[in-house]
Design a protein around this ligand. Structure first.
Ligand code: MV4
Length: 596
């Protein structure tokens, strides 16, 4: 077995890995940022190394610092968890080159699967079915229309170096091709640094089913169950379950065998997940992408198969053969996981709401597991993902698991921050979810999610003061893009927010609004409408700007939110830098109106 493992992550997955290390007799090294000095993963690990400032680029994404921490503590291996550097081929390579063991596949496998086009080519070679797609990256909008003419609409435009749905746009007809192509490229560039896109035939009401695979260094590769992850909002999974309900044994086996063929084709080692779209009624499945990491939702597989997948990862990394020698172990009962994020779901907005957690208390009933990253008194930081923990239930049948989950959600106590629990309760109480009538577009297309959750108006904060106050955010959809817009009104909370003003007038400015002749907005500070990260700054101090012009882009909840000038004028000052995390209401820039 390994002697010491550095865990290059934070929150619940770092805690999860450290706990298994302790069970396996493996010493653990935590790494942390200045914001995480008191974090649970730091408290639990045998040793901890400070990486740097709070921003992820200074800490959990700082490859050199992490390698140095592994060397200085004498760790033999590095576990990347999920997110951060988990699917960064350069990081895996740096770990390998430092003579350390990367707990995951070879960097070459990460690299291949990182290009969705290379992954599709490999899937074709391994005889894994997939939806029709373009021959590699496309050059222009004409390619979208030609593809739509040939294969029919809808068409999906996807980021070549993306994944997880970011940069993805659905094109319903030729008339939408131009704007979808432009915004897919723009979002891909912002999210992945490269704007290559490719095409696939878009399946509108399939389910999202993934297969867990595992391979060792002795040439053995197996598939061990599947999970349904169809319930997603803005490509964030909310609920996952195992086994995927309603699939025939033949379909499961065909998907499992296809997944193992792909894993073998790429020389895979360790835990991996192969994602598919499934049309269960047609017994059809289509490869989407392969995730080369342990996934957030791995516990539902563990609960139904009686496994510890992290322990298996450690064993494989130590060069041991897989303990699971056969594919297709039959799951026992049913497991469902709910992701619990510190988010304010009022008005179905899901705004990240970090802060101190007064109390975390998980239910204690039979068949319940809580994988948490925080204890009472800990603080959810604004710099990272808002996942507080995962509530997982197991029961002999899916119906009983849903009943148990309903009670467990009632019993879960998290005080101090709002959570996504109310949204999860609404979803699992829905008859379509109970009846396995959900699919990838169910939540966003068929369910009026906003109507399920309390409207902002009903619960708006009443601690407002002064005359100008930032109201709860509003959101506007332009095509498939979400824009969050703050409204500033003279008094009182949550008067119904207008939605019909032109974009330029709804610019993200706060502070006193000096009225000028004709009612034009005057100078002002551009304030952050939400907690987020400055992804890009488009102007310099002294620049002439027009009302509505984009000053910068704020990334929040994986969306790119333009911050626009309220007035024609000059940028007097910029108050933030790229990469900086800003709180809601933070001052971003000051624009002085022309003539002032
Ligand atoms: C698709 C798709 C339909 N057709 N591709 C989203 C995550 C990423 N791994 C792939 N995803 C999808 N790719 C084609 N050709 C449907 C999804 C998808 C999805 C789409 C919209 C809303 C929710 C979704 C949930 C899961 C998968």
């Amino acid at each position: 077995m390994l002697s010491k493992v550095l865990v290059a992550n934070r929150g619940e997955i770092a805690v999860r890995i450290i706990r298994t290390c302790a069970e396996a007799g493996v010493a653990s090294v935590a790494v942390y940022s200045e914001a995480d000095e008191k974090a649970l993963h730091v408290r639990l690990a045998d040793e901890a190394v400070l990486l740097g400032a709070a921003s992820a680029s200074e800490s959990y994404l700082a490859i050199d610092k992490i390698i140095e921490a592994a060397k200085s503590t004498g760790a033999q291996a590095v576990h990347p968890g999920y997110g951060f550097l988990a699917e960064n081929a350069a990081f895996a390579k740096a770990v390998e080159d430092a003579g350390l063991i990367f707990i995951g596949p070879p960097s070459s496998a990460i690299e291949v699967m990182g290009s969705k086009i290379a992954a599709r080519d490999l899937a074709a070679k391994a005889d894994v079915p997939q939806v029709p797609g373009s021959q590699g990256t496309i050059a222009s909008v004409a390619d979208v229309i030609a593809f739509g003419d040939e294969h029919g609409y809808p068409v999906a435009i996807k980021a070549t170096y993306g994944g997880g749905g970011r940069g993805m746009r659905m094109v319903a007809s030729a008339s939408e091709a131009e704007s979808a192509f432009a915004s897919a490229k723009q979002e891909s560039a912002a999210a992945f640094g490269r704007d290559d896109v490719y095409l696939e035939r878009y399946l509108s009401s399939a389910r999202h089913v993934e297969v867990q695979v595992f391979a060792d260094t002795h040439g053995s590769a197996v598939w061990i169950g599947d999970r349904d992850c169809s319930v997603q909002r803005r490509h964030q999974k909310l609920i996952e379950e195992a086994p995927a309900p309603g699939l025939s044994d033949e379909l499961r086996r065909a998907m499992g065998e296809a997944s193992v063929r792909l894993a073998k084709q790429v020389g895979y080692v360790g835990a991996g997940t192969v994602e598919f779209l499934v049309e269960a009624d047609r017994e059809a499945f289509y490869f989407l992408e392969m995730n080369t990491r342990i996934q957030v939702e791995h516990p539902v597989t563990e609960m139904t198969l009686g496994l510890d997948l992290v322990a298996e990862q450690l064993a494989v990394a130590a060069g041991e053969p897989l303990s699971i020698t056969e594919s297709g172990a039959v799951p026992r009962g049913h497991a469902i996981e709910v992701r619990v994020n510190a988010e304010d779901t009022r008005g179905a907005l899901f705004m990240p709401s970090p802060g101190p957690i007064a109390t975390v208390q998980a239910p204690t009933r039979a068949g319940v597991r809580w994988d948490g990253g925080y204890e009472s008194g800990d603080e959810v930081q604004p710099y990272y993902d808002s996942l507080v923990g995962k509530l997982i239930v197991w029961a002999p049948t899916r119906d009983r698991a849903l009943d148990r989950l309903t009670l467990a959600l009632d019993e879960l106590i998290i005080d101090g921050v709002p959570t996504t629990v109310p949204a999860a309760r609404q979803i699992i109480a829905h008859k379509d979810f109970r009846n396995v009538a959900m699919h990838t577009n169910w939540l966003e297309r068929d369910i009026d999610f906003a109507s399920l959750l309390p409207p902002v108006e009903d619960l708006s904060d009443t601690d407002a003061e002064d005359t100008e106050e930032m109201l709860p955010r509003n959101e506007v959809w332009v095509g498939d893009r979400r824009y969050v817009i703050p409204f500033f009104t003279p008094a009182g909370p949550a008067a119904a927010a207008p939605v019909a003003e032109p974009q330029a007038r709804r610019a993200a400015t706060g502070g006193p609004r000096k009225k000028r002749g004709g009612g034009a907005a005057a100078s002002g500070e551009a304030k952050s409408p939400m907690q987020g990260t400055v992804a890009q700054i488009d102007v310099e101090v002294g620049a002439q700007v027009e009302a509505g012009q984009v000053l910068m882009v704020l990334e929040a909840m994986k969306m790119q939110n333009p911050i626009r000038a309220a007035v024609n004028g000059v940028v007097e000052s910029l108050h933030v830098e790229v990469g900086q995390v800003v709180a809601a209401g933070a001052s971003l820039a000051t624009v002085v109106a022309a003539g002032e």
